[in-house]
Design a protein around this ligand. Structure first.
Ligand SMILES: [Fe+2]
Length: 448
């Protein structure tokens, strides 16, 4: 399978797995902190047939490690059992527009006692604590549209704030507000001039900020898999809206054309300015939807509602993306953010996850690097607090990494406050784990 003729997303450590494994006897180096009592879970595209037309279109497979009492109790991998797995269509195009035919391949988020596998063009799928699929989740029929894979759980109100962009007709954007009990409270049409790929957004204590960036829908590209192309002439805007606002309340701020796959965090200053910390790419999909030559770097947008202006500031030269914060600081001033370094800038052939994890002091731009090792490539760093009451940043950073030389994967657990030191623990996983997308630390007791 792994030949040069094989598309990059199906070879090397991107090659999909076919078996579902459950393992309990896991080799551990170092000491797993007993404070870690919960589930680390991550998803990614893993086409069940062994092939998919584009990286983004593979079936979701979740990988999880259950940690408790200083032990790694189990590792499991499971396909997200979507209809594409359980009831595949002869002609996949026949499923276009069916919100229940998602992949669950982009992110896993816990909210209101439910574990949700997310993908941005369809409804989520609900998983149980053992990673088995319960079924599609449309919130008792209250969600009339797709939902982003990057919703934000407000640590103050417990709300899940989200949006939907995958619509071929106006409104091209919807805002979704779900309360702490998991009940949809608001689905609000937001006017956009056109359909654009909107992968992530930003929340603060009182606002949300949409990113209308010029990765524009182009039907003529449908056959190539992902029908979006970068068009700087389409302009770029950030839309600031109160969290319970409507379309009429959105204030749009023009910015230089760019793309942002991932926000790191956002917050409001006392003077009312709104700060977005993101990874910004000068452009995306430049030579087509399989071009990853452009990479993200830490960037800060500061929106001033009093003047209508935006300050655009590069923060660091290091390529990095997949930024996360201590989730107890989402939408609030956060001291630290954690990113995955990226290699392969200018190389259009495939995205290259880097050999470092990065910890940023978000205000100063100071950065600590954790080197994963020679020929080891990382994954998204996820923060787990030492306890619910611990100070921000007092805890652990977890990531699944892959040793390209040995072709073996492991879950590394870093001390977030001693970030550059060797991992506190390394859980050797019983099989190779393909490079993937996003995940979460789910403390024990959160799921119902
Ligand atoms: Fe993402």
């Amino acid at each position: 399978m792994s030949t040069r003729e094989t598309p990059w997303h199906l070879r090397g450590n991107w090659e999909p797995l076919h078996e579902e494994v459950s393992a309990t006897e896991l080799r551990v180096e170092g000491s797993i902190p007993p404070a870690l009592d919960g589930l680390y879970v991550r998803t990614g595209p893993n086409p069940s047939t062994g092939s998919s037309p584009h990286w983004f279109l593979g079936d979701g497979m979740v990988h999880g490690v259950r940690l408790a009492n200083g032990r790694a109790e189990w590792y499991r991998n499971r396909f997200v059992k979507t209809p594409d797995i359980t009831d595949p269509l002869e002609d996949p195009a026949a499923g276009l527009g069916d919100l229940g035919r998602g992949k669950g391949n982009t992110h896993v988020v816990a909210h209101a006692g439910k574990l949700l596998a997310l993908e941005e063009a369809h409804w989520p799928f609900r998983l149980d604590a053992d990673l088995e699929t319960i079924g599609v989740e449309n919130f008792n029929g209250a969600l009339p549209c797709s939902m982003t894979a990057h919703p934000k759980v407000c640590p103050v109100t417990g709300e899940l704030l989200a949006f939907s962009y995958f619509s071929f007709e106006p409104p091209y954007l919807r805002y979704i507000r779900i309360d702490a009990q998991g009940v949809v409270q608001q689905v609000e049409g937001i006017d956009l001039p056109k359909m654009v790929m909107m992968h992530d957004f930003n929340v603060t204590q009182n606002h949300v900020v949409f990113m209308d960036l010029p990765l524009v829908f182009d039907l003529s590209l449908l056959a190539s898999g992902i029908p979006f192309r970068f068009d700087a002439d389409a302009g770029a805007r950030l839309g600031l809206m109160p969290r319970k606002g409507t379309n009429a309340d959105v204030r749009w701020f023009e910015i230089d054309p760019c793309y942002v796959f991932h926000a790191v965090n956002a917050f409001e200053k006392e003077d009312g300015r709104v700060v977005l910390d993101v990874s910004r790419l000068p452009e995306a999909f430049s030579a087509g939807s399989d071009d990853y030559a452009s990479v993200g770097r830490r960037w800060r947008f500061t929106l001033d509602p009093n003047t209508g202006s935006v300050l655009e500031e590069p923060i660091d030269e290091r390529p990095g993306d997949f930024g996360r914060v201590d989730e107890r600081r989402i939408g609030l001033p956060a001291r630290y953010g954690y990113l995955l370094s990226l290699d392969g800038e200018g190389n259009s052939e495939e995205p290259v996850y880097g050999s470092k994890l990065l910890k940023y002091e978000l205000n100063s731009g100071r950065c600590w690097e954790h080197s994963l090792g020679d020929n080891v490539r990382g994954g998204e760093p996820v923060f787990a607090p030492r306890s619910p009451q611990a100070e921000e940043g007092d805890g652990f950073v977890l990531a699944i990494v892959h040793d390209e030389s040995a072709d073996k994967s492991s879950l590394v657990i870093l001390d977030a406050e001693n970030f550059e030191a060797p991992p506190l623990a390394r859980v050797h996983l019983p099989q190779r784990v393909p490079y993937g997308a996003h995940g979460s630390w789910v403390p024990n007791g959160v799921l119902r």
